[in-house]
Design a protein around this ligand. Structure first.
Ligand SMILES: Nc1ncnc2c1ncn2[C@@H]1O[C@H](COP(=O)(O)OP(=O)(O)OP(=O)(O)O)[C@@H](O)[C@H]1O
Ligand SMILES: [Mg+2]
Length: 367
């Protein structure tokens, strides 16, 4: 799986830009605020139709522009794809693959997969559960379009239910539609739990091996899935999961009214990491938690390769300089075999055939 060419028009600080890439290592270098992360963001957008740092697509459009586009040539699963994303200030975005307009963004998941690792991810283990849910959601959405669809449905229902709970004090009649939303949330939530449980089990087996390699066999990592309390076994058939979510909803009805927020459902899930049976979030050292975060991302990459038959595009934004020499070497060694984009203010020292250096200055390619 690889990205051969990209062209950006009006995307963030890129007025008119195009570049060709090496199928192996691409080093994007330049001073601060020149557009390195913007380029990585554009590449990641091609896989999930979502930015990892923008709240809306509008932010991606150049300040002085009314529209933006990303065009890309991708080789994937033995075929060639032309992706064309158009973003407009006043209208809906459109995404075309080989000149055919996609009905849903989730259809992109069959084209290009990316794994992104940025400095914020180094605190994946220590941060709140929301960042780990996002990690899970981004990864599973890329592999399973049905998951991406279910997630979008769930989010809509959840937003709606939250509004009802918030406004019900002034307008009690709103509460009459609540059972409908609970029903929908439980049905969709059961699907999310089903996919997450299976994904985490597979992620765990890869992450465990990687973390052990990292520490010379010292660290024994385990990933556990924490979900709705009434669920006894997240691998149970979705119908049973549905019933157990319903039970939890019943138990929390009063508390939801009182707090005016949704307390029940997989939007509270967590991915728990343990080292030697002890919570990493509470007890791991800085270095250990960074290593776990890295192991999770590298495990995600392995899992994608297992599912699709080739490595996803790996995007390492500014992350190498944050690691000590030993971890840098480990990562560089471990990521052989797929296409990589690596950003930084300087060119890292490594011997790699087929690597291309792209120097970026103010949204332009210098070389
Ligand atoms: N919508 C936009 N339109 C125009 N310029 C933008 C837009 N969004 C961001 N920028 C500008 O893009 C510039 C480059 O941002 P980017 O995050 O890519 O820098 P970087 O090269 O990764 O820098 P660093 O090394 O500090 O991470 C910033 O100065 C920012 O103001
Ligand atoms: Mg940056």
């Amino acid at each position: 799986m690889r990205l051969n060419r990209i062209a950006l028009h009006g995307f963030r600080n890129y007025e008119d830009f195009s570049a060709e890439f090496s199928p192996e290592m691409n080093v994007i270098c330049g001073e601060n605020a020149q557009g390195k992360t913007n380029l990585v963001e554009a590449i990641a957008y091609l896989s999930g139709a979502k930015s990892h740092r923008a709240r809306s697509d509008q932010e991606l459009i150049g300040f002085s522009r009314r529209e933006a586009s990303i065009q890309a040539e991708v080789e994937s699963r033995g075929r060639e794809f032309l992706i064309h994303v158009s973003l407009r200030k006043q209208a809906r975005r459109t995404i075309e693959v080989n000149h055919v307009k996609l009905k849903k963004a989730s259809e992109l998941s069959g084209v290009l997969n990316t794994v992104l690792f940025c400095p914020e991810d180094l605190s994946l283990v220590k941060d709140g559960a929301a960042v780990r849910r996002r990690f899970l959601d981004d990864a599973i959405s890329q592999l399973r379009p049905k998951y991406a669809d279910a997630l979008a449905r769930y989010q809509k229902l959840l937003d709606h239910k939250t509004r009802i709970l918030r406004d019900a004090a002034e307008k009690p009649s709103l509460l009459s539609v609540l059972p409908e939303f609970d029903e929908g949330l439980a049905r969709t939530g059961a699907l999310l739990i089903h996919y997450r449980a299976h994904f985490i089990r597979r992620l765990n087996s890869h992450a465990m091996t990687i973390a052990a390699d990292f520490s010379g066999g010292r660290d024994s990592l385990a990933l556990l899935y924490e979900t709705v309390r009434t669920i006894e076994d997240p691998f149970a058939p979705p119908l049973l999961l549905y019933e157990q979510i319903r039970e939890h909803q019943e138990q929390h009805k009063r508390a939801e009214f009182a707090s005016r927020s949704c307390l029940s459902g997989p939007h509270k899930d967590d991915l728990v990491a343990e080292l030697d049976g002890i919570s990493a979030r509470q007890f791991a050292s800085q270095g250990q938690s960074r290593t776990i975060a890295l192991s999770l991302k590298l495990a995600e990459r392995e899992l994608f390769a297992e599912d699709t038959g080739s490595f996803p595009v790996l995007l390492l934004d500014d992350v190498l300089s944050e690691l000590d020499a030993k971890r840098q070497d480990f990562v560089l060694e471990r990521i052989r075999g797929g296409q990589v984009f690596l950003t930084g203010c300087s060119i890292p020292h490594f011997e790699r055939e087929n690597h291309r250096v792209l120097a970026i200055e103010q949204g332009r390619l210098l070389s």
